[in-house]
Design a protein around this ligand. Structure first.
Ligand code: ZN
Length: 459
């Protein structure tokens, strides 16, 4: 047993520390079956234990990578053999729900789905929702500022977190468990830990904001004859629905066909011949009239020629089927290797940008597979691209996707973060002064560079 492992056992107990095969038999991530490399995994139960572990690591300049549900897509929690993994998996307690203040206090290792279900038991909603809900954790959501399907209505994780408790690299506990929506008493400390990918501190607990549980949830699938119509449909529906629009998920024909054709489980609710589709959801407070309002809005969209066809889910089962179709992103792994993208840009540039990416791929690779979908209401597109069997195509595909973002001020990461994967392309979206300020913050909070080293930007 190494001295590090012995000291970790002293702090957290022998059942908290994993070594050898218990480490290497764990998958790197849900999409990545290869085994984890690390000196050890330590699984503390309290913030105090996290603090003692980080103090120990700081004293020895031992690198530490925090692990949540390992559902990330940008190599943001990757490790090497000399790293220590600090997994929050045993800090999985929901401490309290306040029905009146509409807040939940919980530990970082709570699964997103468990938090959603607990809120629902109180007649409340924790609005963050992403496909990985059953595996991802609140701490991971915070570290990556996760987005997902309802950002258009409720914002990203950043908009739902009221307070955090985090441990700095040297073991200092920063408890900032604010429970108020408004608090301008100085710097907003929690923002240091939201979306900074575990590089500035490790979040151990949080206070999140809950909303009233909607009484109605109406879902529709709409087809249009060109992308041009999509921003118009968005404006039309948003205006008509008076603030209840909660999702606007666009699927290009290539993606729609993929997720409605075997081996995918779902069948197409609308013909597969339209160039573009959108899954629309409204969450409101009037069960009787909200559906009528959605149907009226769609009828008008059809009348005006904005939409070509539309269907409204008639019950919960149908609604779940519509979402299962949109969420069936796994189908892209029929192709291997498949590269996944998450870019952000202004809606008016979208059509031209997608065309440019397609042209770039055609020019560079000839034959390729491109699937396009995303949260159009938030200006966020996802691509899944396969350009032959060769893994080495990745960098060239990246250039095809990222370079056209430069002149239009787009972002190489809308909601997935940077990790290792997008680090070489950060300069597409961030200028030197911005990166320099990131470095200043990093060296102030983690002077020895032990927390998630090498991620986001070059040291
Ligand atoms: Zn997404």
């Amino acid at each position: 047993m190494s001295q590090l492992v012995a000291d970790l056992v002293d702090i957290a107990g022998s059942d908290a520390v994993l070594t050898g095969e218990d480490v290497s038999s764990r998958a790197v991530g849900i999409w990545r079956p290869q085994g984890i490399q690390a000196h050890a995994i330590v699984r503390p139960r309290t913030t105090e234990e996290v603090s003692a572990i980080l103090k120990l690591c700081h004293d020895r300049s031992q690198t530490v990578i925090a692990h949540g549900g390992r559902t990330g897509l940008v190599e943001g929690a990757d490790t090497v053999q000399s790293d220590l993994i600090l997994s929050l998996e045993r800090m999985n307690q929901i401490e309290s729900v306040d029905d009146v203040n509409r807040t939940m206090t919980l530990q970082a290792g709570v699964l997103l789905q468990a938090a959603q279900e607990e809120a629902e038991r109180h007649g409340l909603l924790y609005p963050l929702d992403i496909g990985a809900r059953g595996s991802c954790t609140i701490g991971g959501n915070i570290a990556t500022n996760a987005g997902g399907n309802r950002v258009i209505r409720y914002g990203m994780t950043r908009d739902m977190v009221l307070g955090t408790e985090a441990v700095l690299a040297d073991g200092t506990i920063v408890s900032s468990m604010n429970e108020m929506i408004k608090n301008n008493a100085g710097y907003d400390i929690k923002q240091l830990f939201i979306g900074t990918e575990g590089c500035l501190g490790i979040v151990t607990r949080a206070v999140v904001r809950l909303r009233e549980l909607p009484r109605s949830q109406e879902t529709a699938l709409v087809a249009a004859d060109s992308f041009e119509k999509m921003p118009l449909i968005l404006k039309h529906m948003d205006a008509y629905l008076g603030g209840t629009l909660s999702a606007f998920e666009v699927m290009w024909n290539d993606f729609y066909r993929l997720v409605t054709t075997p081996p995918a489980k779902q069948r197409p609710p609308l013909e597969q011949s339209y160039p573009i589709y959108v899954l629309i959801e409204a969450m409101g407070g009037d069960q009787e009239n909200d559906k009528v309002r959605l149907e009226d809005a769609l009828a008008e969209a059809l009348d005006k020629g904005l939409a070509k066809d539309a269907t409204v889910a008639q019950n919960g089962d149908q609604r779940r089927q519509f979402w299962a179709m949109r969420d069936d992103v796994e189908q892209i792994f029929q192709y291997d290797p498949m590269f996944i993208y998450d870019v952000s840009l202004q809606v008016p540039y979208m059509e031209r940008y997608v065309g440019e990416v397609r042209d770039n791929l055609k020019r560079r690779f000839g034959h390729h597979q491109l699937f396009t979908f995303g949260h159009m209401g938030d200006g966020n597109l996802h691509f899944a691209i396969s350009a032959g069997k060769d893994e080495s195509a990745h960098h060239d595909v990246n250039l095809c996707v990222y370079e056209p973002l430069r002149p239009i001020g787009g972002s190489v990461s809308a909601e997935h973060g940077v990790g290792l994967e997008k680090k070489p392309y950060l300069d597409v979206s961030r200028n030197d002064t911005e990166v320099k300020l990131m470095r200043t913050l990093k060296s102030a909070l983690d002077p020895k560079g032990i927390l998630n080293p090498g991620k986001v930007f070059a040291a």
